[in-house]
Write a protein of this length. Structure first.
Length: 558
């Protein structure tokens, strides 16, 4: 028997989410897999962060010297990457902060460049296997035709289908690379749940030699260019990424204590913030200011879990927004007015080291801050917990839906933004945002918020092979029991190996669940389906292969 664990989205429309940790969140026991989520639509390869990239977790590299010293500071070498995939390509957005850019060396690896490493079958061999292990190097100011590829002679396949664009920062202190690489060129199977070896590296040359490198996975040395065993591991997720932020329903309420319960890990998203200065410069390093957040909801509350990496924590300013704090912005009806509408637009500020009684709430128009403040504080819970090493803090909260006038209905869209403020002891130095890309905006203008949507919970399903004998026909059995509440079993048989999908639809023909979406061998299979988050009613489930399509009806009765 073999078992697959697949993320199932019980959603009425397919929009963005994530499950595993795509960004570098500081949670004990966090999953070490790099999750690569599926793009609802392809980004434009232009070297610019399209809106779809904003909801993809940002993964920061660790910098170290090349047999010499560490980079002098963030301006010397600092960088991060984002990844997505679809049925045809894997996409990357690579960001380098580097005050001296150089590409005058004969050896391409000695120039300012990015290297991405793939081991498509995750075999982790101690040397490249000649099948699907490869390194692809993108040099600063060189196009895809100049990509340097080491591995199994796939350069022609990659260059034939790849797209690459680079854009330098306006100030000349770095550059951004955006790429698409065909999955078939690197022999990566376009199936959710696929594990593959992966690594990313930056090379830095300040004019004479390669001075420094940075890595995602390896923690020292120039390793990986001929040894796949030192790669990390990534997974292709079937959770979709879109320009709309998915907020999934919590099957149970988290304990508001500043610790990440399991319900957060399995039903929420780690979404990274974009850092920039407050009219000054960028944060000095990742430790100066980086952060991410997660959201969930239930019939009563909206929940948040926010993580701030910050090596200096301060709350001594009179103006609360100048202290280390998080701001959450809500526009419950997503009306996107250019001024707060006095109905349901609000900003709730939570300072480091202060409890819910000190929450600072700003609204506009006819609703007073005191009205909203009283409603939120009457039902809200807020907990904070500093990192053990004092280099940051966790913030966890619950706000009553009725206090922020948010309808607790699946499919509800609302305006949303987050901001993290940083003070290193004298003034607000830096801020980060989820949606807006510049400026201290949002505190009085809901039109610059992003959009979020309330969705059903993420649950898991198991697919078991129950008979090794090759069946005599394609079949889709009636689920049992039927009607059911909340779980049922679905059996099916396939004659030939190939791509198989099993999906659930409502009476309007909308896809609400993906039970199977992967390559299977011939045989008989059983799927356990839990519909705890579906309402009573009639649904259809459809089995589709390259050779057949079969449909049955099921009834949820609660």
């Amino acid at each position: 028997m073999r078992r697959y664990t697949i993320f199932l989205l019980l959603i009425a429309c397919t929009v963005f989410s994530t499950g595993l940790l795509a960004n570098d969140i500081r949670v004990s026991g966090a999953d070490t897999l790099l999750e690569v989520r599926k793009a609802k639509f392809a980004p434009v390869i232009d070297g610019v962060m399209d809106p779809i990239w904003r909801s993809v977790g940002e993964t920061w590299l660790t910098s170290f010297g090349n047999g010499t010293s560490l980079p002098d500071d963030k301006a010397d070498l600092y960088g991060s990457f984002k990844l997505m995939w679809d049925d045809n390509n894997i996409y990357g957005l690579l960001t380098t902060y580097d005050e001296v850019l150089f590409n005058g060396m004969t050896n391409s690896y000695e120039n300012d460049s990015w290297e991405v490493y793939f081991d498509a079958d995750n075999s982790k061999g101690a040397s490249y296997d000649g099948v699907n292990d490869c390194q692809i190097r993108f040099e600063w100011q060189k196009d895809v035709a100049g990509a340097d590829i080491d591995g199994n002679g796939i350069i022609t396949d990659v260059q034939a289908g790849a797209e690459l664009m680079q854009v330098d920062f306006d100030a000349g202190n770095g550059y951004m690379i955006e790429f698409s690489i065909p999955l078939d060129a690197i022999q990566l199977s376009p199936v959710a749940g696929t594990l593959f070896g992966f690594e990313a590296q930056q090379n830095d040359n300040d004019g004479t030699a390669r001075d420094h490198i940075s890595k995602w996975w390896a923690q020292s040395g120039d390793v990986g260019w001929n040894n796949a065993s030192v790669f990390g591991t990534a997974i292709l997720s079937d959770l979709a990424v879109d320009t709309v932020l998915s907020v999934h329903k919590a099957p149970s309420a988290p304990v508001i204590d500043g610790l990440m319960d399991d319900v957060w890990k399995s039903n929420s998203v780690g979404v990274s913030q974009t850092s920039y200065g407050n009219g000054t410069g960028l944060p000095d390093s990742r430790d100066d200011l980086t952060g991410d957040f997660r959201l969930m909801w239930d019939d009563n509350n909206i929940y948040g879990f926010f993580t701030s990496t910050d090596d200096i924590l301060f709350n001594g300013m009179t103006n609360t927004y100048e202290n280390d704090c998080w701001e959450v912005y809500l526009d419950a009806d997503n009306s996107k007015g250019t001024a707060y509408d006095g109905v349901n637009d609000a900003q709730i500020r939570m300072e480091w080291g202060k409890d819910v009684a000190a929450a600072d709430i700003e609204v506009g128009g006819g609703v007073t801050a005191a009205d909203v403040l009283a409603a939120v504080q009457a039902g809200a819970e807020i907990a904070q917990l500093d990192f053990d090493d004092g280099a940051g803090w966790y913030l966890e909260f619950s706000f009553p839906l009725d206090a922020v006038q948010l309808a607790g209905v699946v499919g509800t869209e609302f305006g949303f933004e987050t901001q993290m403020n940083d003070n290193d002891g004298t003034a607000r130095d830096h801020i980060t945002k989820w949606w807006a890309q510049s400026g201290d905006v949002g505190w009085n203008n809901a039109s610059v918020f992003g959009t979020a949507v309330l969705l059903d919970a993420i649950v898991t399903v198991g697919v078991d092979k129950i008979d090794r004998a090759i069946p005599t026909e394609y079949s889709l059995k009636q689920n049992y029991p039927n009607p059911f509440n909340p779980s049922t079993k679905i059996n099916f048989s396939i004659l030939e190996p190939g791509m198989v999908s099993l999906k659930v639809y409502n009476l309007l023909g909308q896809e609400i669940a993906t039970l199977v979406n992967e390559e299977l061998n011939a045989g008989a299979f059983e799927v356990n389906f839990n519909a705890a988050n579906l309402s009573s009613g009639t649904y259809f489930y459809k089995l589709k292969t390259e050779n057949t399509s079969l449909v049955k009806k099921m009834i949820v009765l609660k």
